[in-house]
Design a binder for this molecule. Sequence first.
Ligand SMILES: [Zn+2]
Length: 49
Amino acid sequence: MAVKHTPTKEVHKGAKGGTAGCGFDTRKNPEHWVTTSERITCAKNGCKN
Ligand SMILES: [Zn+2]
């Protein structure tokens, strides 16, 4: 599952309503996050792997 951070257009591993693989909390700014089926583009540990 992947979640997109719309201000940066970066796609992270994880799901809306939880924490992204690299540690972003999608609950802090829920309007910035959308569930997506796009390929993960975040290169940070936890998302990339
Ligand atoms: Zn990430």
